[in-house]
Design a protein around this ligand. Structure first.
Ligand SMILES: *Cc1c(COP(=O)(O)O)cnc(C)c1O
Length: 388
């Protein structure tokens, strides 16, 4: 019946509107939405402040070419660099584009150092970096790459947690290591602080670049602006997307000075990337997230939520194997396949989404209220109780 291609297993619900943590279906059912477009709506649905920013900018200017100065983008880039390790930004429209730009920047860096053979990117097997041809090969997942023609060369893989295979996989052809500080699609696996520190050290020793893909875990989702901040390291390149647009398609790659130097006129571009409308919304998202109290509150509510989830785990030890995550990027790993559990949560009006490793991902908006966390806890408990 649908004219949409069948590349998604879509659930049989559609929504008419959303407000904050809640979604209202076309059938009039109210859901607590702890998916938020997969960590995209950082300020929840239909946020009043973002609505105003969108409406105001839409009356001024939507789109001009990057052939011109775009002050709204200058402002957003300045704020992103002031807040982080980065010195320069290239705006894109999505996460996959941002990771592609990251890969390009890393290769270009060594090309200009007269080391064009240094072009391989070392990634974690079955991680997730997007769906473009290069990004699926960066992910190294058979399921994602199967049937899509010749393997795109230039990617090597090591297994999550296997430090020996990581070290062995670095050759003189390696340009960069690219990791997600928290593997999102891969099952909310947090790379420990000391591992990120070790990765930085290896990159320094081998004189290669470190790319932290913060498309999912960045922009406050982890409780810090970037998840890698917990380890105190500085990466060289960071692709971002999801949370920075608060629901508007927006991606970017952040780079330190030495990397950005190679990205000269003509090396990279995007028709839509960095347009005034997207930039103003990005700025509005930052107005909220960069507020001093905002991330403190994410950390506080995360601590409370994690504690409550762990209590449920203890109460139902046969069902929940592990509570995972940081900030509001959380996961419940079940002993059994999680699909039925997610369905039960949905029947009880709580929306969550799967990740690999039998994990249920829980992604509230970053401004979620304690009361809403309590609602979700009640539902999760109820489903555990009835679950067989
Ligand atoms: C979602 C995601 C991407 C891809 O983003 P798209 O906007 O879907 O292209 C890349 N990397 C990570 C870590 C992601 O979670």
């Amino acid at each position: 019946m649908s004219s949409l291609a069948n590349n998604y297993n879509r659930r049989n619900i559609s929504f008419k509107r959303g407000k904050g943590s809640f979604l209202y279906s076309t059938k009039g059912v109210k859901y607590l939405d702890f998916i938020q477009g997969i960590a995209v709506n950082s300020l929840g649905h239909s946020n009043t402040y973002l609505n105003k920013a969108l409406a105001n900018q839409s009356k001024q200017l939507w789109h001009v070419s990057n052939a011109f100065q775009i002050p709204e983008g200058e402002k957003l880039a300045r704020r992103l660099t002031k807040k982080t390790f980065a010195n320069y930004v290239i705006f894109q429209n999505s996460g996959a584009e941002a990771t592609e730009a990251a890969i390009k920047a890393a290769r270009r860096f060594f090309y200009l150092k007269n080391k064009p053979y240094k072009n391989r990117i070392l990634c974690i097997k079955n991680s997730f970096h997007g769906r473009t041809l290069a990004a699926i090969h960066a992910s190294g997942s058979k399921k994602m790459t199967e049937g899509f023609g010749p393997k795109i060369p230039g990617f090597d893989h090591f297994t999550f947690g296997d430090h020996e295979s990581l070290k062995k996989s670095i050759t003189k052809k390696t340009a960069a290591i690219m990791i997600e500080p928290v593997l999102g699609e891969g099952g909310i696996k947090v790379i420990p602080k000391w591992c990120l520190k070790g990765l930085r050290k290896i990159c320094d020793q081998k004189k290669i670049l470190l790319i932290c893909d913060e498309v999912q875990c960045g922009i406050g989702r982890s409780g810090k602006f970037f998840a890698f901040e917990y380890s105190g390291i500085k990466p060289d390149i960071v692709p971002i997307a999801k949370g920075i647009g608060g629901g508007f398609p927006l991606g970017a790659v952040l780079m330190n000075k030495k990397v950005a130097t190679g990205m000269t006129p003509g090396t990279h571009g995007s028709t839509f990337g960095g347009n005034p409308l997207a930039m103003e919304i990005g700025n509005a998202v930052l107005d909220k997230i960069l507020n001093k109290k905002f991330l403190k509150n994410v950390q506080k509510i995360s601590k409370y939520f994690l504690n409550e989830l762990n209590k449920i785990k203890i109460e139902y030890p046969g069902i929940i194997k592990e509570v995972r995550g940081i900030g509001l990027l959380l996961g419940l790993q079940l002993y059994k396949n999680q699909t039925k559990f997610i369905e039960k949560l949905e029947q009880n009006k709580l929306l969550t989404i799967r990740a690999a490793d039998n994990v249920i991902r829980i992604l509230p908006p970053l401004n979620v209220k304690k009361l809403e966390i309590d609602m979700s806890i009640k539902i999760i408990k109820k489903v555990c109780k009835e679950y067989k």
